[in-house]
Design a binder for this molecule. Structure first.
Ligand SMILES: [Fe+2]
Ligand SMILES: [Fe+2]
Length: 267
């Protein structure tokens, strides 16, 4: 996919007419909102000063954060819906684990929305939002079952960990990096829970397949290759790491037919 947003290396952006990124209709609140999440403390008290980022870093982040934000909103919607479905089914362990993820996604969304509001707004932010939304909506459409959907989500979260790790390293000396590292820690936990949930569901729906989302994610990220480079991130190495996940984690071979839910990762 060609990136038409940049001309001669300069990215157009402004601080005018800024609006929140809105990709999906969102639940009003989490079932059990966090009271003491690290990121919530940042939101309430000590949000990092972004003015010490270079202009180039701010512009690059302003183009990448909407992609992450759209993913957070998609995750809020999916985990809210699944937790609500399980609430009436007596699946206590799953329900608790999914509710905790849902609460995490709410905080992630809020903190990224706050960060986005402080960054300059790209003139083509709507185009970034639309192609991101298309990518996340496609995951839902391409899933052949609920089990495959949660497997895809586990793969997506693993890929997002790689992106967050790259962002964290790129600005590791700036307090903003704390946002990316805190979200990354949560997402690493989400990978395990989403995978277990896929296994849990697949014991009832063993005939499921899941197309790889990794290449599609790389295609989305390629539209912002220049932004990755502006942050001194080796874009090709990042794309390769993401693509490699699809080789190391094939869906069917990872599925267990044993219906279990690991209590250690439940809240
Ligand atoms: Fe998240
Ligand atoms: Fe997540």
């Amino acid at each position: 996919m060609a990136d038409n947003s940049q001309q001669g290396g300069a990215v157009r952006s402004s601080h005018k007419h800024k609006k929140p990124i809105h990709c999906f209709d969102l639940p009003d609140s989490a079932f059990i909102p966090h009271q003491n999440h690290l990121l919530q403390n940042l939101l309430n008290r000590n949000f990092p000063d972004i003015s010490t980022l270079s202009e180039q870093q701010q512009i690059a982040l302003a183009r990448l954060v909407p992609m992450l934000l759209c993913g957070e909103q998609s995750a809020m919607f999916v985990f809210h819906r699944e937790a609500a479905r399980l609430a009436n089914k007596g699946e206590e362990e799953c329900y608790k684990a999914l509710m905790q993820i849902e609460a995490d996604e709410f905080v992630h969304e809020q903190v990224l929305q706050k960060l986005q509001s402080l960054l300059p707004q790209p003139d083509d932010v709507d185009r970034i939002r639309k192609r991101s939304r298309l990518f996340y909506a496609r995951i839902d459409r391409q899933s052949t079952s609920l089990a495959s959907h949660f497997w895809q989500i586990s793969q997506l979260d693993a890929s997002v960990c790689l992106i967050l790790s790259a962002l964290n390293k790129a600005i590791h000396q700036h307090p903003i990096s704390e946002i990316f590292s805190a979200i990354m820690r949560d997402e690493a936990r989400h990978v395990a829970i989403a995978r277990q949930h896929a296994q849990f569901l697949a014991s009832d729906q063993i005939q499921c397949t899941a197309p790889s989302i990794h290449n599609q994610l790389v295609e989305l990220l390629k539209t912002e290759t220049a932004s990755l480079h502006a942050l001194d991130i080796d874009a090709n190495a990042l794309f390769q790491r993401i693509t490699k996940l699809s080789i190391t984690k094939p869906f069917i071979t990872q599925l267990s037919t044993t219906k279990t839910y690991d209590r250690e990762i439940s809240p």
